[in-house]
Design a protein around this ligand. Structure first.
Ligand SMILES: Nc1ncnc2c1ncn2[C@@H]1O[C@H](COP(=O)(O)OP(=O)(O)O)[C@@H](O)[C@H]1O
Ligand SMILES: [Mg+2]
Length: 377
């Protein structure tokens, strides 16, 4: 998969700019605040249908303008394709693939696949489980539309369930909770969700659990490579169900979720939200059997995050037959020379975009794009 062209119109600090990319490594070179990250962000938006750093789509439109457009041309093993995304102030964005408008983001996912790494990705290790779930969800959504649909349905259902649970909590607080027919009805309604929510939980769990198990050997291998075999990285899925799971026995997994929601029903009502389920799951990451989040240095955490992302390249290749695009935003300056050189070796596997303030050494077949104040020079 290769991006051949990109056109930005009124996107962030770009007014009207076209870029032609090389099929190997593309270096986006420029001083601070010139638009390097903005350019990479526009590519990632074409993969996910939304920005991971903007709060709302209108933030992406140039401050002086009313609308904005991204045009991206791709070459894949299946042929050429074209993604267009229009942003209009106060309106819903519209997306076209090969000139045909799409109705749902789900239709875009998988058209362009990217692995994105920036210093901010340190939160994948350091921050809350939500960041680690996002990592799994973004990967799985790019490789499976079914997963994306299940996740959406699960989130909607969870929301409705939590709203009902919150109402119960409020009623409880006022101490007027009694077994009236209305409360009983509502209680039954919440309880009814159990079957649906268990079905979606089962699907999400199986996909994530399989993803982490597939990623595990690659992540260990990549990390050993980046650290000259000094460190042994291990990852494990930490789910609401304990990990003694037989994935062959799918009926059993749904049953386990049903029991889990049943067991926690009264607690959920008391607290006013769903206390168990895939929305609480996590990934445990350790180096030489030590928990990375709490006990390892920032450098180790950064390398662990990088190992997960680079391993993701291999998983996507394995699952789709093609390497995704690799985007490295401001990453090289954060690594020591040894790790930087090792990382550079990965860049030859696939089309890579690297933003940097200085020209990195040791890269072959590079295409340099110099950026100054939202313009190519
Ligand atoms: N919607 C917008 N309209 C105009 N300029 C913007 C918009 N959003 C961000 N910018 C500006 O874009 C500039 C470049 O940002 P960025 O791409 O993050 O720089 P860098 O080259 O350091 O990665 C910043 O100075 C920021 O103020
Ligand atoms: Mg930047």
């Amino acid at each position: 998969m290769i991006i051949t062209k990109l056109k930005l119109k009124n996107f962030r600090n770009y007014n009207d700019n076209s870029f032609v990319f090389g099929k190997n490594t593309n270096i986006i070179l420029g001083k601070n605040a010139q638009g390097k990250t903005n350019l990479l962000e526009s590519i990632y938006i074409c993969a996910l249908g939304k920005s991971v750093r903007a709060h709302k789509d209108s933030d992406l439109i140039n401050w002086k303008c009313e609308n904005s457009k991204i045009d991206l041309d791709l070459e894949k093993s299946t042929g050429k394709s074209k993604i267009e995304i229009y942003f209009l102030k106060n309106k819903k964005k519209s997306i076209k693939i090969n000139n045909i408008p799409i109705k749902k983001i789900g239709e875009l996912l998988g058209e362009l696949r990217c692995v994105f790494f920036s210093p901010d990705e340190l939160k994948l290790i350091k921050e809350s489980p939500e960041d680690r779930r996002r990592f799994m969800d973004i990967d799985l959504s790019q490789t499976s539309k079914i997963y994306f649909n299940y996740l959406n349905k699960y989130e909607k259902l969870l929301n409705s369930r939590n709203k009902l649970l919150k109402k119960f909590k409020e009623v409880n607080k006022k101490k007027i909770f009694n077994e009236t027919s209305t409360t009983e009805r509502k209680k039954r309604k919440v309880s009814l969700y159990k079957s649906k929510i268990s079905k979606f939980s089962e699907q999400i769990f199986i996909s994530r659990y399989s993803f982490i198990n597939a990623l595990k050997p690659y992540a260990t291998k990549v990390h050993a490579f980046l650290t000259n075999n000094a460190e042994n990285l291990e990852i494990d899925y930490q789910g609401s169900l304990n990990n003694q799971i037989n994935l062959e026995d799918k009926k059993n997994i749904k049953e386990k979720f049903l029991n889990l929601y049943k067991k926690n029903f009264e607690k959920d009502i008391l607290l006013g939200y769903t206390t168990v389920g895939p929305h609480r799951d996590d990934i445990k990451v350790s180096i030489n059997s030590i928990d990375v989040k709490n006990f390892c240095s920032q450098g180790q955490q950064r390398t662990a995050a990088l190992s997960l992302k680079l391993a993701e390249l291999e998983i996507i290749k394995q699952q789709t037959g093609e390497y995704p695009i690799l985007i490295l935003d401001d990453v090289l300056s954060e690594l020591d020379e040894n790790r930087r050189n090792k990382l550079i070796q990965f860049c030859s596997k696939t089309q890579t975009f690297i933003s940097s303030t200085d020209l990195p050494k040791g890269l072959k077949n590079i295409n340099i794009i110099r950026i100054l104040n939202g313009k190519t020079i």
